[in-house]
Ligand binder design. Structure first.
Ligand SMILES: Cc1ncc(COP(=O)(O)O)c(C=O)c1O
Length: 450
């Protein structure tokens, strides 16, 4: 079952890639020892390299893949779309896929968020939400509202505006001098519970900290941006839905927009289609990307309320939202999204995932009980735990060692620091679920032994 990963770095494709491709989120020098996998194709939950070695994509290729690689239903939808229209600009033109997608998404919010603005990557959706919030207040005569609030440990993307509301030092620190200052408030991360406190108590304490800031600064604050229920990139910090209810009420009370960044947690990842559903609240802006195209094509969007839309609707062109990207609303990406939404309906995915999640949680029970595992946690189709490592040197290399060892056991897993997480596609069968749990434990034990 274990693979000969060592021979891969010698392959021609890897050598050419290391010469010509600057890989994302990577200290390139690490590839002197860290494997780079030359992927040849994907089928279902598996990626195959050029030597035929396979890897279970247990993190859905950076959380985008919903229904497996080379999914026949999405492939077929894309083939038909290719013969009709590959792309047309969305200013002055429209097309069936973008209209249908906007209608279907709005219906999923009971038409509370009835206007969809499109972009390509997650970070561009965040930029749009920030700009729209500021501009909407400005159009309403409140141009002093230009500051933003984010949570401790927040992650909203790597572009300059998104990075300004990101609080993950490894991504942010090098660029700090370039960024506009944002207010960083306490995270409702349930791991911060004091003795006797529940997750809901932590959430209320975090909301109270936000209120202190709003009492003082709300005249200058345009929006609060949150990752609903799970702050993924900081290490899968999970929190109680009551936090979303509290901040919704505070945003209303202090006239501040609420931006829900559902780029990672949307599309069923937390157990409901939108994470906000679990708190029974809707934000003023909802950002979606990653899984919405099934993991096929870059697509992001910002959904917003009619009041916001109306604040831009005017005879004066400069009051309009004059933001654009060349590939805005790309028909192929929208068609992939429609095929993805169809699978949610046809396969009753949200309910089917409950069974999958229960089985994987049970299969992971022995690992959760391991003495070097702390804070084992799960929400929907996300599992995470923190490795207890007392040696700083071992902690700093844990993620890379885990990744490399996992590959030897046919798993694609990339811990965040010393947090191991699983975010598999929604198609694992029982055998794959049990194998994933058993191998994750084997890899963990091997890495912890050193
Ligand atoms: C919550 C959240 N927001 C924004 C982004 C940025 O998305 P992208 O990488 O597509 O720009 C991510 C990416 O991981 C994310 O997790």
């Amino acid at each position: 079952m274990t693979g000969a990963v060592n021979k891969i770095p010698g392959s021609d494709l890897v050598a050419r890639s290391l010469r010509s491709v600057w890989h994302p989120c990577t200290q390139m020098q690490h590839h002197e020892t860290l494997p780079l996998i030359p992927v040849s194709h994907g089928r279902g939950a598996w990626l195959y390299d050029t030597d035929g070695q396979r890897y279970l994509d247990a993190i859905s290729s950076w959380w985008v893949n919903m229904f497996g690689h080379a999914n026949p239903r999405i492939n077929s939808a894309l083939r038909s779309q290719l013969d009709m229209l590959e792309h047309a600009m969305l200013a002055g033109f429209t097309h069936e896929p973008v209209v249908q997608l906007s209608e279907q998404l709005a219906a999923r919010t009971n038409h509370v968020l009835g206007h969809c603005f499109y972009a390509s990557d997650g970070a561009s959706a965040v930029e749009i939400a920030l700009k729209m919030s500021f501009h909407s207040w400005r159009n309403n005569g409140l141009s002093d509202k230009r500051e933003f609030v984010c949570l401790k440990g927040s992650y909203h993307g790597e572009t300059i505006g998104a990075l300004a509301v990101t609080d993950v030092p490894i991504f942010r620190d090098a660029y700090d001098a370039m960024l506009q200052h944002a207010h960083v408030v306490m995270s409702p991360d349930a791991r911060a519970a004091r003795d006797g406190e529940t997750a809901a108590d932590v959430a209320r304490r975090a909301a109270a900290a936000l209120e202190t800031l709003l009492q003082e600064r709300s005249k200058h604050i345009a929006a609060l941006i949150v990752e609903p229920l799970v702050q993924c990139a900081t290490g899968m910090a999970m929190y109680d839905p009551v936090y979303l209810q509290e901040v919704r009420a505070l945003c209303d009370k202090y006239q501040v927009h609420l931006i829900a960044d559902e780029i990672a947690v949307g599309c069923g990842r937390t157990g409901t289609f939108f994470a906000c559903e679990q708190a029974a609240v809707w934000p003023d802006f909802l950002c979606l990307s990653k899984g919405i195209s099934g993991g096929y094509l870059p697509l992001s969007l910002v959904m917003t309320r009619d009041e916001i839309y109306q604040s831009f609707y005017h005879g004066d062109v400069t009051r309009g939202f004059l933001h654009s990207h060349s590939y805005t609303g790309n028909p192929l990406a929208c068609r992939a999204a429609l095929a993805t939404l169809a699978i949610f309906e046809e396969d009753d995915v949200i309910n089917a995932n409950r069974l999958r999640a229960a089985r994987l949680t049970e299969a992971l029970a022995p690992l959760a009980a391991h003495p070097q595992v702390s804070n084992f946690r799960q929400r929907g189709m996300i599992w995470a735990f923190d490795a207890v490592i007392d040696n700083a040197e071992a902690a700093s290399t844990f993620s890379r060692r885990f990744f490399t060892t996992a590959l030897e056991h046919e798993l694609l897993l990339r811990p965040i620091g010393s947090t191991v997480y699983l975010m598999p596609p929604y198609i694992l069968n029982n055998e794959e679920i049990d194998g994933l749990a058993a191998r994750t434990q084997t890899v963990f034990e091997k890495v912890m032994r050193g």
